[in-house]
Structure formats: structure tokens, C-alpha cells
Design a protein around this ligand. Structure first.
Ligand code: ADP
Ligand code: 5GP
Length: 208
């Protein structure tokens, strides 16, 4: 049975990476596809684990080669999702978790809704002040925080295009909400494969 695409988006600092790490360790058959970026690695980030870090020239060459499922300029830098890897994991039956911005989420939804089962989740912070505190806590510079807050207006208004919204106030509650969404989407009728029904009589009725 094929897997699906789970898209997690949120304004920077809302907590999607924290929630994503929990989901990956908690739910079997959910895999992360590492995306590409032209931004510089943060102190604790590793190339090939957190992102594939590329120069702008390298990134543009990959665009020409149709390497990306989608790509976008976010906070002034290029970010893109490798297509092959996503298709491979979905065909293997895994759910692919994509931590991407609102532009990428909308591109995928518009282009691929008839091809994959897509579930999109928008995570929001409880307040703007708390968002800024979280960015500071993560060690972002003042300049980088400014850059990220500038994108906020454009990003926040897009919540309505997502299937689900989760408020990340109490972290444990937000993690549990996202977990329940991911487990539930596996039971969607459009993901159901009749071949798992062993009772021939039952299967016949369902095939009608
Ligand atoms: P994002 O990936 O959305 O940019 P992160 O997951 O890196 O955000 O979270 C930003 C910071 O906020 C991190 O230091 C993280 O530990 C912290 N954080 C995440 N969720 C919560 C929460 N519910 N309460 C307090 N701090 C949080
Ligand atoms: P950060 O620089 O904080 O890691 O990520 C900035 C933003 O880029 C986040 O909203 C993140 O979800 C998004 N992002 C990461 N990878 C991709 C990608 O491949 N495509 C798109 N469109 N956005 C991405």
C-alpha cells in the first residue's frame, strides 16, 4: 500500500522541528525527507541530516534538472524538496513528513493532490511575543529574527488552506494533536487498499 505526504508548516519558531522529531521517533513508517537550502548551517546542524546545504549556484543547477518536487524562496534563501526521494518513500509505503513553508505547501497541494494522499497541518504559536521568545531561545540573531518576523504576515494568513491547525502552547498537547492527525489520515478511504480484505464475500460487496 502506498504512503502519503504529511506537510507541516508554521511560522519560524512556532515549534515544527520539535514536533517533527517527536513524530519521527513515535510513529512507525513515518520518514523525513531532508530538503535542500542555500542558507548557512546553524551551530548544531549537520549537512545531510538537517538539510542538504548548497550554494545558490548548485541549487539553480538542480532547478534546471527538475530535481525538486517544489522549491521556494523563504526569508530570502532558496529551499527545495528532492522529488525522487519523496516518490521512493511513498511507493515503499511510508508516510513522508515534509517540514516546508506555506508557498511549498500550496504548490504541492495544487500540483499533486490527484497523485498523492496529502495531509497538511499548520502549527501556530500561542502569541507573537512567545514566538519571539522561542526564536531568541534558539539563539537566532536580532537580524535573523527581524527577517523571519517580516515573513510572518504573509505566512499566517495562509492557515485556512491547510487541512488541520494545531496551537503549540503546551508542547505535550501539540505533539499529541499532530500524532492523532497522522494516525487518523492513515484510515482515509482514499488510502484504503481492498487487497487487505481476505474475506472474499466481504470484498465482493465492497467492490460493487
Ligand atoms: P521551528 O522549527 O518551527 O522554527 P523549533 O522547533 O526550532 O521551531 O522551536 C523553536 C524553539 O522553541 C526551540 O528552542 C524549542 O525548543 C522551543 N519550543 C518549541 N515548542 C515549544 C513550546 N510548546 N513551549 C516552549 N518552547 C517551545
Ligand atoms: P529554517 O531556515 O528555519 O530551517 O526554515 C525556514 C523555512 O523554510 C521553514 O518554514 C521551513 O519549513 C521551510 N523549508 C524547509 N525546507 C523547505 C523546502 O524544501 N521547501 C520549502 N518550500 N520550504 C522549506
Amino acid at each position: 500500500m502506498k504512503g502519503g505526504l504529511i506537510i507541516l508548516s508554521a511560522p519560524s519558531g512556532a515549534g515544527k522541528t520539535t514536533i517533527e522529531q517527536f513524530i519521527l521517533s513515535e510513529i512507525p513508517n513515518v520518514v523525513k525527507v531532508i530538503t535542500c537550502t542555500t542558507r548557512k548551517p546553524r551551530k548544531n546542524e549537520v549537512n545531510g541530516k538537517d538539510y542538504i546545504f548548497l550554494t545558490e549556484e548548485e541549487f539553480k543547477k538542480l532547478i534546471e534538472k527538475d530535481f525538486f518536487l517544489e522549491y521556494a524562496i523563504v526569508h530570502g534563501r532558496y529551499y527545495g524538496t528532492p522529488k525522487e526521494k519523496v516518490l521512493e518513500e511513498i511507493n515503499r509505503g511510508n508516510d513522508v513528513l515534509l517540514n516546508i513553508d506555506v508557498q511549498g505547501a500550496l504548490t504541492i497541494k495544487n500540483k499533486y493532490s490527484s497523485i498523492f494522499s496529502i495531509t497538511s497541518i499548520f502549527i501556530i504559536p500561542p502569541s507573537i511575543d512567545e514566538l519571539i521568545r522561542r526564536l531568541e531561545k534558539r539563539g537566532e540573531t536580532k537580524e535573523e529574527i527581524e527577517r523571519r518576523l517580516k515573513s510572518l504576515e504573509k505566512e499566517m494568513s495562509k492557515w485556512k488552506y491547510y487541512d488541520f491547525i494545531v496551537i503549540n502552547d503546551i508542547l505535550e498537547k501539540a505533539k499529541d494533536d499532530v500524532k492523532r492527525i497522522i494516525l487518523s489520515q492513515r484510515l482515509r478511504t482514499d488510502r484504503f487498499n481492498l487487497s487487505i480484505i481476505k474475506d472474499e464475500k466481504l470484498k465482493k460487496l465492497m467492490e460493487m
